[in-house]
Design a protein around this ligand. Structure first.
Ligand code: MTE
Ligand code: HPA
Ligand code: MOS
Length: 793
């Protein structure tokens, strides 16, 4: 459990500064708008919605080959099975058999004559009940002719290195000559595994046909607009006939940014062809077999440095297993390069990506979107330098962080204007007594043959904005009703992260209203069109500004009306918690709205926002892809058992920069959850494919996500105080969704520190991720010189 949190949690009103442009100001820990419903089991997810009359159930039939030609497909037994109403194949698709989210035409909704991974949907059964559909799906007889399958990064490279996207090179200065001129040099390799999203609510959608080709789709999607477009393409109709709606997801974590489209399209296709409502809710095993995950990476690095541990030059190749189609692998591998510097200045640098094509699930967005993989590589480089020089890794970090005004240019030629990494690390190290504890642990390890302890303190610097510049826009729609109650709608989706709560808070603060007067409604393409995915941590940044824009437009009209009606100056109209101050009179908000209605004042408005200042050109490798950076640092202490390879996280301290937090309680929750998810990625979560390309870890029985008992024994999370965003973001807050995921990296390095004790801290353990008990035991053997050295470097 956490020992302390820095912010009080209360249901009190925010400090409202209405009618003025607010910068900074008090933030407020309003509880999550669905908190009570979450704990009572009353919050409705797709499968909880009232079922329309005649609802049918859809279950996909999946490929059992990694790469094969379909020679024949006999679905007669499927069609004849009890309860089956229809069987869908590619031939039944009225429009395009294509769900590539990036216009690559490399992702058929249903396979035709070729399957490209084990788990690919080939057909779908539509039946009266879900169980009937599940049983029927097993009766298909499909004859395959196997083709050579490429399953991982090594095989992809050996076969010529086909890619799903253009590789990217980022460079500044001249890395090869910088390396040659460096006094010292280390080269090596780190591999890190992928990660299953394990959203509690699996992929799910329900579709209902309407009049004249209308289709309503409820989808557990992070990207309702894209889901709308995909359904429209598959059904061959304009977007104005398709409406997508989502009240909330039971988690998305990036796994529903694009990969919710296939289930939604299958439900819509079933509804279209049967004329009845249809629902799909993927079985957990099918979900894990079908959908893409975090990309696993192999990174080769070459670093030049001096005796003081200062980096001179870095050359890295970051190869990713992308799976069978492009999906988001282009921007994911780009973002890995954007973060392969983490918080560090590289004088001469070259970074190259290899988005490799494989016959596996199409890997996709996952919290951090490639950033964590780049950062893990950067931190390994730091660790190598620490062991080579004998310095404390924290000192190597402090010597290499970006400066301000000097040593401040990133590999993509964006200037870091506000590097606060050194301050954050120094403050956290003080607060949690890093140096004293490190010395004590080392001393204790000497007398402890089996249990070894380790500690590490790692920073994060995370770039905020979609790197595809056009995605950085948002819309909102706000209605004020005559009784003074307010409905807020915006283009973002709620997946547990508290976005809706923050949007409600913005309207509360601006109108001076309590929480129960502001209602958030489900996200729908019918209210706010042409939206971006809720992703890249920018949900609150983008939609918050759009909500503010809509609210301010309404307020402007109300101010003008009130000033005229009561005969005061517009500057004397202010929206405060006790009512609307109109000169010396306090008018209850509902009295104002009623009066405004009779005076025929419009009290509804859309709002819009686009992020300023940003640009990025992948051709030149230059630009300002990020509006700003979010910062933080984490210190982790672990104990490992050298006999079993088990790890226990003893203590974690995190200091994180959420700017002027919009909601400290929610932000601290995001940091806690992000850390645990990041630590899970790097320790217990391991994906295993067999030689046929079949994922063998497709259920919680074989895939180990963190449980409550895996949380740190002592867990302290603090927000950086007095740290308003220097850029003009919504109330000077900073995005908080993804950056804290990276704090899990401290655990990997703490384990590595514990392992280093085996040979008296002389050599870098070169610990790969995930650091499962098996990996820890293998590394222990290697460190003891009992096994042959790992083929690294
Ligand atoms: N928190 C919860 N509880 N559930 C989620 O699915 N997704 C994460 C993060 N935090 C997620 C979450 C990811 S991947 C992103 S990009 C952001 O939330 C998206 O929301 P935001 O932009 O509103 O922060
Ligand atoms: N982050 C997250 N999701 C995205 C991005 C990004 O940069 N680009 C496209 N989808
Ligand atoms: Mo988050 S990976 O950008 O959905």
């Amino acid at each position: 459990m956490r020992d302390t949190i820095s912010a009080p949690i209360s249901g009190a009103l925010p400090d409202a500064v209405p009618g003025t442009v607010v910068t900074g100001g008090a933030s407020h820990s309003l509880r999550h708008e669905s908190a009570a419903m979450h704990v009572a089991g009353a919050a409705a997810y797709i499968d909880d919605m009232p079922e329309p009359k005649g609802l049918l159930h859809v279950v996909p039939g999946l490929s059992t080959r990694a790469h094969a030609r379909i020679v024949s497909m006999d679905l007669d037994a499927v069609r004849a099975a009890p309860g089956v109403v229809r069987v869908l194949t590619a031939a039944d698709i009225p429009g395009h058999n294509q769900v590539s989210p990036v216009g690559r035409n490399d992702e058929p909704l249903l396979a035709t004559d070729l399957v490209s991974y084990y788990g690919q949907p080939i057909f779908a059964v539509v039946a009266e009940t879900r169980l009937q559909a599940r049983h029927a799906a097993r009766l298909a007889r499909i004859e395959y002719e196997d083709l050579p399958a490429i399953l991982d990064i090594a095989q992809a490279r050996a076969a010529g290195g086909a890619m799903v996207w253009r590789p990217l090179t980022m460079q500044r200065g001249d890395a090869p000559s910088g390396l040659a001129a460096s006094p010292r040099r280390v080269a090596g390799r780190i591999t890190m595994g992928g990660q299953e999203h394990f959203y509690l609510e699996g992929q799910a959608a329900m579709a209902q046909p309407g009049e004249e080709g209308e289709m309503r789709v409820w989808s557990s999607t992070q990207h309702p607009t894209e889901t709308q477009h995909m359904v429209a393409h598959v059904l061959d109709r304009p977007s104005n006939l398709v409406t997508t709606e989502i009240r909330r997801m039971g988690g998305g974590f990036g796994g529903k940014e694009t990969q919710a489209n296939t289930p939604a399209c299958l439900a819509a296709l079933a509804a279209e062809l049967t004329g009845r409502a249809a629902k799909i809710r993927l079985d957990r095993d099918d979900d894990m077999m079908m959908t893409g995950k975090r990309h696993d990476f192999v990174v080769d690095y070459d670093v030049g440095f001096d005796d003081d541990g200062r980096i001179r030059a870095v050359d890295m190749v970051l190869a990713a297993r992308c799976g069978w189609s492009a999906d988001l692998s282009g921007p994911v591998t780009d973002r890995a390069l954007f973060h392969a510097d983490n918080a560090y200045y590289y004088p001469d640098v070259r970074l190259r990506s290899e988005p490799l094509k494989t016959n596996t699930q199409s890997n996709t967005a996952y919290r951090g979107f490639g950033g964590p993989q780049g950062i893990v590589a950067a931190e390994r480089v730091i660790e190598e330098i620490a062991f080579a020089t004998g310095l404390d890794p924290l000192d190597v970090r402090l010597r290499n962080v970006y400066g301000t005004g000097t040593r401040d240019l990133t590999p993509y030629h964006m200037t870091v204007e506000d590097s606060i990494s050194a301050d954050i690390m120094a403050k956290l190290a003080d607060d949690c007594a890093y140096r004293a504890r490190r010395a004590a642990l080392r001393a204790a390890n000497e007398g402890s043959p089996h249990i070894r302890r380790g500690i590490a303190l790692t920073p994060v610097k995370f770039g905020i904005s979609f790197t595809a510049t056009h995605y950085n826009q948002a819309g909102a729609l706000v209605h004020v009703y005559t009784d003074g109650s307010v409905q807020v709608n915006h283009g973002g989706t709620e997946m547990g992260q508290g976005l809706h709560t923050k949007m409600v808070q913005i309207a509360m603060r601006e109108f001076g209203l309590p929480a129960d007067r502001v209602r958030i409604t489900a996200t729908t393409t019918g209210k706010v069109p042409n939206t971006s995915a809720t992703a890249a941590s920018s949900g609150a940044d983008l939609n918050g500004m759009a909500v503010l824009d809509a609210v301010r437009r309404i307020k402007d009209r109300l101010v003008e009306f009130a000033a005229g009606h009561w005969g005061v100056d517009a500057a004397q109209v202010r929206f405060l918690p006790d009512g609307v101050h109109v000169g010396a009179t306090v008018v209850p908000f509902p009295d104002l709205t009623r009066a405004a209605y009779f005076a025929r004042v419009s009290m509804s408005s859309s709002g819009f926002y686009k992020t300023p200042k940003i640009s990025w050109n992948a051709e030149t490798g230059r630009g300002r892809p990020f509006f700003y950076f979010a910062y933080g640092a984490a210190c982790a202490e672990v104990a490992i058992d050298l006999l079993t390879g088990e790890t226990r996280i003893e203590q974690v301290d995190i200091l994180h920069d959420a700017g002027q937090s919009l909601n400290p309680a929610i932000d601290i929750g995001q940091i806690e959850g992000g850390f645990v998810q990041g630590a899970g990625w790097l320790t217990t979560e391991e994906l295993v494919w067999d030689a046929s390309g079949r994922l063998r870890t497709h259920a919680p029985s074989t895939y180990k996500v963190p449980a409550c008992s895996d949380r740190p024994r002592r867990f302290t999370v603090k927000l950086l105080d007095h740290a308003p965003n220097r850029e003009d973001t919504i109330f000077r807050s900073k995005a908080v969704g993804e950056p804290p995921f990276v704090h899990g990296v401290a655990v990997l390095h703490a384990i590595s520190d514990a392992l280093a004790s085996i040979d008296g801290y002389r050599t870098c353990p070169r610990l790969d991720a995930p650091a499962t008990p098996e990996t820890i035991l293998r590394t222990t053997e290697r460190m003891r010189g009992l096994a042959a050295p790992c083929p690294v470097g």
